[in-house]
Write a protein that binds this ligand. Sequence first.
Ligand code: ADP
Ligand code: MG
Length: 263
Amino acid sequence: MAGLSDAASATQSPNATPKVVVDGVDKVYESDRQRVEALADVNFSVSEGEFVCLVGPSGCGKTTLFRTIAGLEAPTGGEIRLDGEAVTGPGTDRGMVFQEYGLFPWRTVRENVAFGLEEQGVDGAERARRVEEMLDLVGLGEFADAYPKELSGGMKQRVGIARALAVAPEILLADEPFGSVDAQTRDMLHEELLRIWSETGKTVLFVTHDVEEAVKLSDRVVVMAADPGRVREVVDVDVDRPRERTDPAFAEYVDRVRGLIGE
Ligand code: ADP
Ligand code: MG
């Protein structure tokens, strides 16, 4: 029996294939007038179930990297691998959340959350069940029939998260999702996202320019620099959860990451 459990744990060892590998990724935007080196030899990997933040100043290539991992943009060099397979386009293994919500104004909350499931051809009863489950997960059950314009920014972002998770992606990709909400709402959304993460065990890649947000949320912070967009350092955040900004260890990480960015 001991042998069996050893074998089982071996398959989940840190040596297992990482969930996401960013392998020597370059991205050059070229036009007649200019050439922008948005990403230059970016390398890092993310384990299954890990919460990783990409942090860095405006223009350092965070969105470009996000879009490349999402499969919306092809790298000009290197590759992204998911479970060892090169990314060639978008897929339902990755759910996306954006700063601008991207909700359909003519659809109710329920219909917005159902969108990806409709695209996948999931039948009505199963679709309804999954939508209710997602609305419960983000605490919006009572607002199922509301339209986006009737919701606060924080609620819209929760709809965005529910919609991204409805199709059961393995990876959640978020690009500055809480950039448009006030500080108090952002704190609430952090708690909610961390709860969802621990309940679902998803791998999360979260882009932000907010260093405190990165230290609050992530297991590891990929610190980026601009011109060309590149990785400056990957920082392991070794602070007990739940994390409090008042914890001296928390403040130390914030200072360290800020120092790396040059803030
Ligand atoms: P961030 O999200 O960190 O602010 P971006 O990935 O949006 O950075 O941009 C990185 C660099 O690439 C910037 O210099 C930006 O102007 C440039 N860039 C981004 N998208 C394009 C594009 N579609 N065409 C040309 N340049 C772009
Ligand atoms: Mg961006």
